[in-house]
Design a protein around this ligand. Structure first.
Ligand SMILES: [Zn+2]
Length: 354
């Protein structure tokens, strides 16, 4: 069953790559952006790390590719815009411009180190979505914990719910299968308990999950410094990074309100944008959109793939984004994405973002 998932993943990526190549070759990608804007999602921005297991490698692009993506957007006549200004622009009937906005989820330190200089060089605004529990070092990042364990061990013993089992993690394929399995475990059992169990596994193997968070993400002080960059905005991304569709009403509101307050304390101003953790179709819905609106957000973003149409939206808390994928780091793929065709053909042409 699990190798089946991996084969499906492989086939999906092969199909997507073939599709993007076909669109790029057909010349269709030279047509005008059909919508009014594109909002990009990024996670890690850092030099290539081929040793990473595939699912996490997909969440990482190089600074050179970020540079190339910005140039491609500009070549196609798109204008950069701060995310929070986008809804008003879309509601202005006299505005015929097409826009691009950059967002970076989870507050990785490499965003300040490698992405910020690229944005600065091009004068392009960007929004960092802060998971306040990561910044405060109170919550671990389960997919990074698993990645770190996979890189250190040739096999791992874990109980996914039907008794302890040994998972081989030596080869690249085994690592991909293993992270798929952990991912399914987190997404189908109680998420808090699943993360605690992964943390316990790591601690038992000599890896401190919160120390890993400290190594990978910016703390509150670093975020406060980054927030002084006139191009940077901080948005909220919950406290714990839980899938919001799987928690009760009180927890949903608490995650939004407390992370909003935390980001306000860090940057000195109320965040104007919010990103739903994971953000894929099963991690967002009408209840979550309404909660973000109720919390006062004028824009909130999913990771449901798609461009933004040129119209005044009545649902500003359900914007689509396009995840830049570590497997498709070529300008011609970006052009193909900007044509909007891949979203009509194939659903999500990217990793399932975090
Ligand atoms: Zn995230």
């Amino acid at each position: 069953m699990i190798p089946g998932i991996t084969f499906k993943r492989f086939m999906r990526h092969t199909l997507i790559r073939t599709g993007l190549e076909a669109i790029a070759l057909s010349g269709l990608s030279r047509r005008r952006l059909p919508g009014g804007a594109i909002i990009f999602t990024l996670h890690h921005v850092r030099p290539d790390r081929p040793e990473l297991s595939k699912p996490n490698r997909l969440l990482s692009v190089t600074p050179a590719f970020l540079d190339e993506t910005i140039r491609t957007c500009r070549d196609l006549g798109l204008l950069p815009i701060p995310l929070e200004k986008l809804p008003a622009r879309l509601c202005d009937p006299a505005d015929e411009n097409r826009y691009f906005a950059f967002t970076l989820d989870d507050g990785y330190r490499n965003n300040a180190e490698f992405a910020a200089p690229v944005f600065r060089r091009h004068g392009v605004p960007y929004t960092i979505f802060v998971t306040s529990g990561f910044a405060a070092r109170t919550h671990s990042i389960w997919w990074e914990t698993v990645e770190a364990l996979l890189s250190r061990h040739e096999e791992i013993e874990f109980d996914f719910g039907s008794g302890p089992c040994t998972i081989p993690t030596r080869t690249a394929l085994q690592k991909t299968v293993a992270i798929d399995r952990f991912s399914k475990f987190v997404q189908t059992s109680d998420e808090d308990a699943a993360v605690r169990q992964i943390d316990k596994l790591a601690t038992g193997l000599g890896l401190d999950p919160l120390d890993l968070v400290s190594r990978l993400t910016m703390n509150e002080k670093e975020l406060a410094v980054l927030a002084t960059d006139p191009l940077a905005s901080l948005g909220a991304h919950t406290v714990s990074h839980v899938n919001l569709t799987r928690v009760g009403e009180d927890r949903l509101r608490q995650e939004i309100v407390e992370s909003t307050r935390a980001v306000e304390t860090i940057s000195g101003k109320k965040p104007q944008s919010f990103a739903y953790p994971y953000g894929f179709a099963e991690a967002v819905g009408e209840r979550e959109f309404a909660a973000a609106l109720e919390a006062g957000y004028e824009i909130a973003v999913t990771n449901r793939p798609g461009l933004i149409s040129r119209e005044c939206t009545k649902k500003p808390t359900s914007f689509n984004r396009v995840s830049l994928n570590g497997d498709y780091q070529k300008a011609r793929y970006v052009r193909a994405l900007l044509s909007g065709i891949p979203f009509k053909l194939a659903g999500q042409p990217a990793a399932r973002p975090a």
